[in-house]
Design a protein around this ligand. Structure first.
Ligand code: GCU
Length: 600
């Protein structure tokens, strides 16, 4: 086994075992597996003081005898929808931060020679999982999928699944105590039971080698260590190849192929079938090469400009987490209408259905983990936790060609502990996935008069630089927009990962006074920023903050905010503000330029 693979294994084991003591006990790819879905109405117990006894609640203990009684019981208790955040489902839970116990009974028929897994799309923020009164495991992190093997705990007939979910904000968490989005709690994505044969394909990574238009490189991991044949079939590309696993159950994939490459204009996905003697998994995978060449981001051998937008995983009209395909499609359709070919999934891994749908719709994506502003980098546990989240994110989406950039953090202030942690994470991410670009959004620069110099030491470890800068809002203009000079100490492409300002939809008036929150002020600010962008020679992408107004507990202006961050180009009802049209015009021009460049 090559060193890089051993190191990757170690990184994966570290990630999966979790330095912080939390563990998911299986790494099985559930895509295309036979699953039993457990979504629906779950009984709940609101445990405000976190005083419920896990032993009693996980067994839904009944009173034994005349003198006995229970205070924490799911019988006749209220229910909540799964998937779904709890905050938007009940008025009294709008601001709730604490523990809620969830219970779901389900029938299951055990089959000989099968492994059984319990899989969660996401539970916010930390969770303990119990099956039939037994603790299965715990997980930390509100935005990553995780699963546990329950072959020994599940039984034929009625099963009792209990999940303790807690979304209390803590200084040693990721994100930490303060963040600029709603702290939605609960089982926010789907729950499934999946089965595999005794000997099964645990995982696979099938992508193009970095910078190659035709070299498919990757691996297939099998559960048993007994060497055997693995077949890789991609009928649409005339591929039907057999590889052999080694004594670690891993088959290395390396083959030359004639492929229609995935791109925003042509989001081609292939049916891919991987089979061993006992197991088969199917997936839809696209192939594209992504790399940087000097100051260019190069997709399939051609420089590309990222016409981007950021969005939170939220449906503003419902003031709740997006949790269905319809929700994902609404957000992505808005982005399409704006003329985007790129999405920054802020500030955390969004649902697999959003990622898969975005890829089908032809969006390149930036995916990040919520290492947001005030993270406790001096805490020795933080690297382990962050790497666990990074590993889980890469693990889930490594076969999604739409994802071109992994991002490690957002607006963390440079410090020795921060620099060292993020540098290590960049190295670990590269080992785990050598085929994509690494970035991080930051907001600390050297300013002198009308010059802004990108000098964050983290840039050395990144492929793509990304800056968050609110010219005309948090930062006043040091000179006319066309005279602001951006410089970089690094020969790398730049994405403007955040810019923008707040405006209340329908509020019209002066364009010169920020505190009036007018659409005209936001419109002018966008025009000014675009004028500045045209003067940045190494700019290769823009991502306005943000697609739509979103819930944010720190935004309490009584007249204009009331818990909303109003930086959306769309209102909380999805109505277009004036700045929307400015951005769309800019993207139309960019698209024309790109088209012309490809025709030359
Ligand atoms: C920051 C941050 C966002 C936040 C935004 C804002 O740059 O990354 O999460 O919402 O600014 O202030 O609106």
């Amino acid at each position: 086994m090559r060193v890089s693979e051993i190191k990757y294994y170690v990184f994966l084991m570290l990630v999966l075992s979790g330095i912080s003591g939390y563990a998911q006990n299986s790494n099985v790819n559930l895509t295309g597996r036979n699953v039993q879905n457990l979504d629906g109405k779950w009984n709940v117990i609101i445990d405000w003081y976190d005083s419920g006894s896990a032993t009693a609640i996980s067994a839904n203990k009944k009173p034994a005898g005349a003198t006995d009684f229970t205070e924490f019981s799911f019988d006749n208790s209220q229910t909540l929808n799964v998937p779904g955040d709890w905050n938007s489902q009940r008025a009294e839970l709008k601001y709730y931060e604490g523990t809620i116990w969830y219970k779901r009974d389900f029938n299951y028929t055990k089959k000989p020679g099968k492994h059984v897994f319990l899989s969660f799309g996401a539970v916010s923020y930390r969770s303990d999982i119990y099956l039939n009164g037994q603790k299965i495991g715990s997980h930390e992190g509100g935005f990553n999928s995780f699963n546990f093997e329950v072959t020994d705990q599940i039984k034929s007939g009625l099963n009792l699944l209990v999940v303790k979910a807690n979304n209390e904000r803590r200084a040693d968490a990721i994100p930490a105590r303060k963040f600029d989005w709603w702290n939605y709690g609960g089982i926010t994505r789907s729950v499934n039971i999946a089965e595999t044969p005794e000997d099964y394909i645990t995982d696979y990574f099938i992508q193009l080698q970095k910078g190659s238009p035709n070299q498919i490189q990757g691996w297939v991991q099998n559960s048993s260590r007994k060497p055997q044949h693995i077949k890789l079939a991609i009928p649409g590309a005339g591929i039907d190849k057999t590889f052999k696993t080694d004594t670690n159950g891993r088959a290395l994939i390396n083959l030359n192929a004639k492929l229609v490459l995935w791109s925003p204009a042509k989001p081609k996905l292939y049916k891919v079938k991987i089979s061993s003697s006992a197991d088969t998994v199917e997936d839809k995978i696209g192939f594209r090469s992504i790399e940087v060449k000097g100051r260019d981001i190069v997709l399939n051998g051609r420089p590309v400009f990222l016409r981007g937008i950021s969005f939170h995983e939220e449906v503003p009209q419902r003031q709740g987490r997006a949790s269905s395909e319809t929700d994902s499609r609404m957000l992505l359709t808005w982005a399409k209408e704006l003329g985007c070919n790129f999405i920054r999934l802020a500030h955390y891994p969004q649902s697999e259905q959003t990622v898969r749908l975005a890829e089908e719709m032809g969006f390149m994506m930036w995916e990040e983990i919520p290492v947001w502003q005030g993270i406790q980098f001096t805490n020795p546990e933080i690297l382990g936790k962050a790497n666990m989240m990074l590993g889980e994110m890469i693990d889930r989406d490594k076969n999604r060609c739409g994802i071109i950039i992994w991002s490690l953090s957002n607006e963390t202030a440079p410090s020795p502990a921060r620099n060292a942690t993020l540098k290590q994470m960049a190295a670990d991410a590269r080992k785990a996935d050598p085929s994509r670009l690494i970035s991080s959004a930051y907001d600390h620069f050297k300013n002198s008069r009308n010059e802004i110099v990108i000098d964050d030491p983290l840039s050395e470890s990144l492929d793509v630089l990304a800056v968050n800068k609110y010219m005309g809002w948090y930062q006043s203009w040091p000179a006319g927009p066309g005279n602001v000079i951006w410089k970089s100490n690094f020969n790398k492409p730049l994405i403007f990962s955040e810019f923008g300002s707040e405006a209340m939809y329908g509020n019209h008036g002066s364009k010169d006074t920020a505190s009036l929150w007018t659409e005209e002020h936001q419109e002018q600010l966008y025009k000014d920023n675009i004028e500045m962008f045209k003067k940045i020679p190494f700019l290769r992408g823009t991502c306005p903050w943000i697609l739509a107004d979103f819930r944010a507990p720190g935004r309490m202006h009584a007249q204009f905010q009331e818990g909303w961050n109003r930086k959306g180009l769309l209102s909380d009802k999805g109505f277009k503000k004036k700045a929307w049209y400015v951005m769309r015009r800019f993207y139309e021009q960019k698209q024309k330029q790109d088209l012309k460049a490809t025709q030359n």
